[in-house]
Design a protein. Structure first.
Lengths: 84, 313
């Protein structure tokens, strides 16, 4: 994974694919590489990094970003947890 | 950044016509092109004529030398030897493609040789890009067909830049330097008239009119570029060119990550190399400044290249 000017290219050595990620997806991927994280933790990280406000819109964006990372094969299985 | 200069060797221009044809018809004419030795066999006059003209300055080796590639440009047998005669491209005795009309033989040889290198030379990350060098710094011009890449490359090669290749940029996986493979420059359609006017006295092959790419003509590479093919080059700039009729020359930066992805799309073997390709491409992007470039007038384009900011050492 290499980052230049807030954009990241990441090589997936399982699929052989290379992906271009923006800063928010990179933030999530970096956190999830360290281990499972709750959606609250992930959302808080995005809020802190990008001066966002918690709420439904952020939750929707978070779901979309995580879905993209999962479709790329960069995160696997339920690596994030939603509170009940 | 150089391998030792090769000892003085025999060149194609020094062979008699009879000797050239005997080598082509017999054990193969062994040509050194950059890091590769090609053993070329053919009984077709168009191939012999094309080699005589376009490869005049290239070193010739004896039949005992190892060859990286063995290509036979073979006349079709049977009916198509006489009726609508055809030529087969046969690398290592195989026939990967359908035959073409015989008068396409020399352009087919050039495309086929590119196919051999790009499909097999996996010690390098290979980009579909022209590459030229000046004062130790190389400018890589990745672009799909129709972008004006070869015309711009030909112009630069005749205005103070050294031609490293007009089609294959070869980046070493071990040190990130560029290995030259200077070869004839393939010009299509109206580019021939542009280059005839721009480089009076340049040597061109016979045009072939009815190829899938239109009219194709080859331009002999500068002798100095062939003589310096052993000199490696350091990448400094990646310039994505686009010819637009009437446009003023315009250079705009491309963000590194986006340049990475565009370069990967313009690579013959990035996907084959896996992590090694990713690392080589990362190195290239980190060493280079990347730009999008639009142009219409060659002199303006060359002035822009001459003014590219040199990298800090």
């Amino acid at each position: 994974m290499r980052t230049w000017q807030e954009e990241t290219v990441v090589y997936n050595d399982l699929s052989g694919d290379t992906h271009l990620l923006g800063a928010p997806a990179t933030t999530l991927l970096t956190l999830l590489r360290a281990g499972r994280a709750s959606s609250a933790v992930l959302g808080a990280a995005l809020c802190s990094a990008f001066a966002l406000t918690p709420g439904e819109e952020l939750d929707g964006d978070l779901d979309e970003l995580l879905g993209q990372l999962r479709s790329f094969g960069l995160v696997d299985g339920p690596c994030w947890v939603r509170p009940c | 950044m150089s391998a030792p200069a090769p000892a003085s060797t025999l060149t194609v221009a020094q062979l008699s016509a009879a000797d050239l044809r005997a080598r082509l018809r017999g054990p193969g004419l062994r040509l050194r092109t950059g890091p590769f030795v090609l053993a070329l066999r053919s009984t077709i006059a168009e191939v012999a004529d094309g080699v005589t003209l376009m490869y005049a300055d290239y070193p010739v080796l004896g039949p005992e030398h190892f060859a990286d590639f063995h290509i036979n440009m073979a006349e079709a047998t049977g009916w198509h030897r006489w009726v609508r005669p055809q030529v087969h491209f046969l690398p290592d005795g195989e026939a990967p493609f359908q035959p073409l009309p015989r008068h396409h033989a020399f352009p087919l040889f050039e495309w086929s040789f590119n196919w051999c290198i790009s499909g097999r030379a996996h010690d390098w990350l290979i980009l579909h890009a022209a590459v030229v060098e000046k004062d130790g710094c190389a400018a890589i011009l990745p672009a799909p067909p129709g972008s004006g890449k070869s015309t711009l490359c030909a112009g630069l090669a005749h205005r103070g830049w050294r031609l490293l290749s007009d089609e294959l940029t070869m980046i070493s996986l071990t040190d990130g330097l560029i290995t030259p493979v200077p070869r004839p420059i393939s010009l299509k359609n109206a580019s021939l008239d542009v280059m005839r006017a721009y480089v009076p006295g340049a040597v061109f092959s016979k045009s072939v009119n009815d190829t899938s790419k239109g009219v194709v003509t080859l331009m002999k590479p500068p002798a100095a570029s062939v003589a310096r093919a052993h000199e490696l080059a350091r990448p400094a700039w990646v310039v994505f060119p686009q010819y637009v009729a009437g446009a003023a020359a315009s250079l705009s930066p491309v963000a590194p990550a986006r340049a990475f992805m565009q370069l990967a799309e313009n690579s013959f073997n990035y996907n084959v190399l896996g992590a090694a390709g990713f690392d080589a491409m990362t190195g290239l992007v980190e060493r280079s400044s990347s730009y999008q470039f639009t142009y219409s007038v060659l002199d303006e384009a060359i002035a822009v290249f001459d003014a590219l900011p040199r990298p800090a050492r």
